[in-house]
Ligand binder design. Sequence first.
Ligand SMILES: [Zn+2]
Length: 101
Amino acid sequence: MKTPCKAACKNNGGICSGCLRTIPEIVNWRDADEETRHHIMDTLAGITSTHLCPSCQQPAQCDIAAGKSSCWCFALEEREATETNTDLCLCRACLEKQPLA
Ligand SMILES: [Zn+2]
């Protein structure tokens, strides 16, 4: 089975600092269908994105902006607000580094 796991998994407030998947994404990976897995892989790789991260200008994905009713970031523990005054979500890498609120 394909997996983005880098064998460096560390739960950092709800997101893995190794592969940048959320804990539910990791837990449900085994049972997820191919389409769901591909979607997660593509967003991790920046292939699928809705906007650029306001912090690092890399591709970032907001599932709400993509028309879903919830976003991957809902699974994370609350982070401190960023200084960038924007409604756009951070990418996974930047959100992972952001200190817990
Ligand atoms: Zn970023």
